[in-house]
Design a protein around this ligand. Structure first.
Ligand code: ME8
Length: 514
């Protein structure tokens, strides 16, 4: 019987095409892409979604500022993300756009269902709204200064609005939500973000959410009441399922990756956890759909001088960065140097140091030294030999241990922790060279071959793990130089894998940067 592959579905937020490209977008998308690559390597069948969030008041205002009709404006501006992912060498399965006919139809049908099932009712909204965040806030949540109200996190000014609106009976699901979180403590990560949600939104009691707007018209029209358009978040959150074909004739992907799927992960920035952690699960519950496995929320990337903002002029534009660094270096830096559960500093000096000290000095140097020594001393494959030498036993154990720890962390979606094992393995392999001093063993070919074979096995493990981020360079090592057909964890424990392989020399893998 053919065993069915397990499935993995990972998403990024769909970004506002009105926003400027930002290193933060690259951070989130790199995390999602890395998880996707990891799961593929582990034999999962995967789907990876990113996209753009194209309706709402903010987009309409920006389109007007640019004297364009909103559709034309989003057609144009969403392309910059497509272009960025291509430059970053990030491949996705879906580029989900909320202005696509398929999405609009599916969401419209869902709204009718929610109306009929009395989850949605008509009323009037009076309160505060942030257009920049497309978010409603209560007086209790807002910060007041000089008679004006501000968003507590983004600091954007809030407007007082009063309009006819449909409401989602969120309050009906409060009990369910609390119970679900108790029973699934890993549903929202990191844990500390759950406490923030509890303090800011749940303690005071969950309020019903206004889910339509009636004072502008750039959105999905409510069929039953044409004056109204859907609130942009109800519209946008659904993209995660409409892209798979939910509520459409062709819903095979939806059945496979959502309804019957094994793992579903939404990667998001911490400021939108309210929507993904409270409203999205409640929407899914109200339409009897399964919950995602995990909502993986990460902190913000800040600069050494604090938060990035347009007004401070310190926003890091990834396109500029790509002029000096290749995409693999940037991706490696983001996953291995920025902790996901707190805000992390992005500094170009740190990026450069990481490139020189880790990519060039630890990984690149290790590979080229070992392959050079093999070429200087041998002209055919060197076989693995189990020895009772303490250094050998130790390094082989370390190769196994670091790989296992990497897998353990990655299975928990803890990328930063996972990559610390890669760096440690690189350092340990260099230490093994210092201890065994292969350059002094040229007259003892037997011992030299034992040492170099262990090193090859270590380098294989190292670049297998790195391959989920540093794809091209790892292919150069494992496929082009070592001659394996593909990269995989299945060979790590097989220390005889180089018995018939003679590695080829490769020009400098990572040239040092001045
Ligand atoms: O919120 N650090 O879109 P958006 C880390 N359309 N990540 C950052 C960041 C930073 N400094 N700045 C931005 C939206 N991000 C909605 C989402 S989903 C159904 C709808 C990343 O364009 C991070 O992932 O404002 C954050 O959550 C996202 O960009 C916000 O993107």
């Amino acid at each position: 019987m053919i065993k069915k592959k397990k499935t993995f579905y990972v998403t990024t937020p769909i970004y506002y095409p009105s926003g400027n490209l930002h290193i933060g977008h690259v951070f989130t998308t790199t995390i999602a892409a890395t998880l996707n690559n990891y799961k593929k390597l582990m034999g999962f069948e995967t789907r990876f979604l990113t996209g753009s969030d194209e309706h709402g008041q903010k987009i309409q205002q920006k389109a007007i500022e640019n004297s364009m009709n909103p559709q034309k404006y989003v057609d144009l501006t969403s392309k910059k993300f497509i272009d960025l992912w291509e430059k970053m060498d990030i491949q996705y399965d879906y580029f989900s756009r909320t202005t696509s006919p398929k999405h609009k139809e599916a969401v419209s049908k869902q709204f009718s269902y929610l109306l009929n099932s009395r989850n949605i009712y008509k009323g009037k909204y009076k309160g505060l709204y942030s257009v920049s965040d497309e978010e409603y806030l209560t007086l209790f949540q807002a910060k007041k200064k000089d008679g004006k109200y501000y968003h507590p996190i983004s600091k954007h000014e809030l407007k007082e609005v009063e309009e006819e609106s449909y409401f989602f009976k969120i309050s009906n699901y409060e009990k369910w939500w609390k119970k679900y979180l108790k029973e699934h403590p890993k549903f929202i990560q990191p844990k500390k973000i759950i406490n923030e949600l509890l303090n800011n939104f749940i303690k005071k009691g969950l309020e019903d959410l206004s889910v339509t707007r009636s004072t502008f018209d750039w959105g999905i029209k409510v069929k039953e009441d044409n004056k109204h358009i859907l609130y942009v978040w109800l519209d946008a959150l659904n993209n995660y399922i409409t892209a798979l074909g939910y509520n459409s004739e062709n819903d095979l992907e939806f059945k496979k990756f959502w309804e019957n799927g094994d793992e579903i992960v939404h990667v998001i920035g911490k400021e939108i956890t309210r929507f993904h952690g409270i409203y999205w699960p409640i929407i899914l519950k109200s339409i009897n759909l399964k919950q995602p496995t995990t909502i993986l929320s990460h902190g913000w990337i800040i600069t050494p001088k604090g938060k990035m903002s347009k007004s401070k002029g310190n926003v890091i534009n990834p396109l500029k960065l790509l002029k000096n660094y290749d995409n693999e270096t940037i991706k490696y830096f983001l996953v291995s140097k920025i902790k996901t559960n707190e805000d992390g500093i992005f500094d170009e000096n740190l990026l450069k140091n990481t490139y020189n000290s880790e990519l060039a000095n630890i990984y690149g140097n290790l590979f080229s030294r070992v392959v050079s020594m093999i070429h200087q001393n041998f002209n055919k494959p060197i076989k693995h030999k189990k020895t009772s030498n303490k250094n050998d036993e130790n390094i082989l154990n370390i190769i196994i241990k670091k790989t296992n720890n990497f897998i353990k962390e990655m299975d928990k979606y803890k990328i930063f922790n996972g990559f610390q094992n890669v760096i440690e393995l690189g350092k340990e392999l260099n230490k093994y060279i210092d201890l065994t001093m292969p350059w002094k063993l040229t007259n003892n070919k037997k011992r030299l071959s034992e040492v170099l074979n262990n090193l090859l096995n270590g380098i294989y493990a190292l670049f297998t793990m790195l391959s989920i981020v540093i794809k091209n360079k790892s292919h150069l090592v494992i496929i082009n130089s070592f001659g394996f057909k593909k990269i995989g964890f299945d060979k790590i424990l097989d220390f005889n894998k180089f018995d018939n392989k003679f590695p080829l020399k490769i020009n400098l893998l990572f040239e040092r940067k001045k």
